[in-house]
Design a protein around this ligand. Structure first.
Ligand code: N2P
Length: 373
C-alpha cells in the first residue's frame, strides 16, 4: 500500500511504533537480513564473514572483482544490487562526484575512532570530511619475483638497483620471458607503473607522456606471457610466473602459499627504491543500496581492531586501524613488504584522481599494448 493512501490513524500508529523502537530499530526493520558485498578477490579470510553472520544474523552474499574498471562500469550502469563496494580511493573520487555513493551515517560507525588519522587525512583529499568512505586495506603496486628463477634467468647480469627495470627495461624482461612474466590486466594499473618507471608523474595528465609510455610498453610486449590481476597468485605459487607487476599483498599471499604447500618456489614482494604505487581500497555504500543499516553494521564490524588485524594477518595488506597493530602477528607486522619502513614509505607514490579523459587514454593505450598493436 502506498503511504499517501494510508488513513491518518494508521500513519499515526506507525509513527508511534517507530518512535517506540527507536530510529536504529526502524532502520534495521527496513533491511532484510542480508548484505550484498562486492570486493576485490583474495582480500578476506574465511572467518570474518562467518563471525559477522553469527553475531548479527545477517547473511552476507560476497562477490569478487579484480579491477577498478569492472567495478566502475557496474556502478555507472546502476542497480548493482550491492550494499558495500570497495573501490580504490582515486576511483571513488569520480564515483563520489557522480553521486554514486550515499553519505555515511557516522552515528552508526562508533569504531571510526579506531581509524588512523593519517589515513583518514589521505582519504579526505578525495572525500572531504570522510563522508563516503572507510578504508578496507591499503597496499601498493610493485614487482614480485621468484628469487631463484629470476637469478638464474638473469645469469651474469646483476639485479638492477631499481627493480621496476625488471619489468619495463627490455634488457631484463627479455631474459625473464623464459620463466614467465605477468602484468596486471588493467590500464589504470600498468600506465601509472610504466610512467613512474620512466621518471614521469604516474598520474600525468599530459598526452605526450602517454605517447611515450606506449612506446616503452610496445618494446616490452613480446616478453609478457600473461595478463592477470588475480590468477597470477597461483601461477607464482606453482612456478609458471617468475616476475609479476602485481599488488604487494597478492605477492605475499603467493609467497605464503608456496611455503604452506611446499612448492619450493621462493617468492618475494620487492619494495622499489623509487617507490611503489599506493592504493587505499575503501568501503562505500551505493546510492541505491537496499540494506543500508546492515552495510553500516558491517563497516563498523570491520573497524574492530581484531577484525582489521585478522584481514592483515590473512591477506598481507596493511590496515588503517591504529588499534589493530597489537593484534597483527609479528611475522606479518615485521614484514617490510606489508608495512614498509619510513624511508620506503617516503618514496611511495600517492594515488591521484584522474578525469574520464585520461582514464580513456589509459584504457586505449593498454588495449593496444595487450593486443600487440
Ligand atoms: C586484492 C587486490 C587488491 C589490490 N587481491 C588492488 N587495489
Amino acid at each position: 500500500m502506498r503511504k499517501s493512501f494510508k488513513p491518518w490513524g494508521v500513519v499515526k500508529a506507525v509513527t508511534a511504533g517507530l518512535l517506540a523502537v527507536g530510529l536504529a530499530g526502524a532502520a534495521l526493520a527496513q533491511d532484510s537480513k542480508v548484505l550484498n558485498v562486492y570486493n576485490w578477490s583474495d582480500y578476506i579470510g574465511p572467518d570474518v564473514l562467518k563471525n559477522f553472520e553469527k553475531e548479527t544474523g545477517i547473511k552476507v552474499r560476497y562477490d569478487n572483482f579484480d579491477s577498478n574498471e569492472i567495478l566502475h562500469a557496474k556502478l555507472v550502469a546502476g542497480k548493482t544490487g550491492y550494499d558495500i563496494v570497495v573501490p580504490s580511493s582515486n576511483w571513488a573520487a569520480l564515483q563520489i562526484a557522480g553521486g554514486l555513493f550515499q553519505k555515511l551515517d557516522k552515528s552508526k560507525l562508533p569504531n571510526l575512532k579506531n581509524m588512523d588519522p593519517d589515513i583518514q587525512a589521505q582519504l579526505a583529499k578525495v572525500d572531504p570530511n570522510n563522508d563516503h568512505m572507510v578504508n578496507w586495506l591499503w597496499g601498493y603496486t610493485t614487482v614480485g619475483i621468484n628469487v631463484d628463477k629470476v637469478k638464474a634467468a638473469l645469469g651474469s647480469e646483476p639485479m638492477p638497483d631499481n627493480v621496476w627495470e625488471l619489468a619495463f627495461n627490455p634488457k631484463y624482461v627479455s631474459k625473464l620471458k623464459s620463466c614467465g612474466v605477468s602484468m596486471l590486466d588493467a590500464g589504470s594499473e600498468i600506465l601509472p607503473a610504466v610512467l613512474h618507471y620512466m621518471g614521469k608523474d604516474a598520474y600525468s595528465t599530459n598526452q605526450a607522456d602517454y605517447t611515450a609510455a606506449a612506446a616503452v610498453l610496445k618494446a616490452v610486449r613480446p616478453h609478457v606471457t600473461l595478463f592477470s590481476s588475480s590468477g597470477y597468485i597461483n601461477d607464482m605459487v606453482n612456478g609458471s610466473v617468475c616476475l609479476a607487476v602485481g599488488w604487494s599483498g597478492d605477492i605475499s599471499i603467493a609467497r605464503q602459499r608456496a611455503i604452506d604447500t611446499k612448492t619450493g618456489q621462493k617468492i618475494e614482494a620487492l619494495v622499489p627504491k623509487t617507490g611503489g604505487l599506493i592504493f587505499f581500497d575503501s568501503m562505500a555504500i551505493p546510492a541505491d543500496a537496499a540494506n543500508v543499516a546492515n552495510a553500516h553494521a558491517f563497516m563498523n564490524f570491520i573497524m574492530r581492531p581484531e577484525v582489521h588485524a585478522s584481514l592483515t594477518n590473512q591477506v598481507f595488506y596493511a590496515n588503517p586501524n591504529k588499534e589493530a597493530r597489537k593484534f597483527v602477528v609479528p611475522e606479518v607486522g615485521n614484514n617490510p613488504a606489508v608495512f614498509p619502513n619510513s624511508e620506503q614509505m617516503k618514496a611511495m607514490i600517492a594515488p591521484k584522481a584522474l578525469g574520464n579523459d585520461i582514464r580513456r587514454l589509459q584504457t586505449r593505450i593498454f588495449t593496444q599494448f595487450k593486443t600487440g598493436r
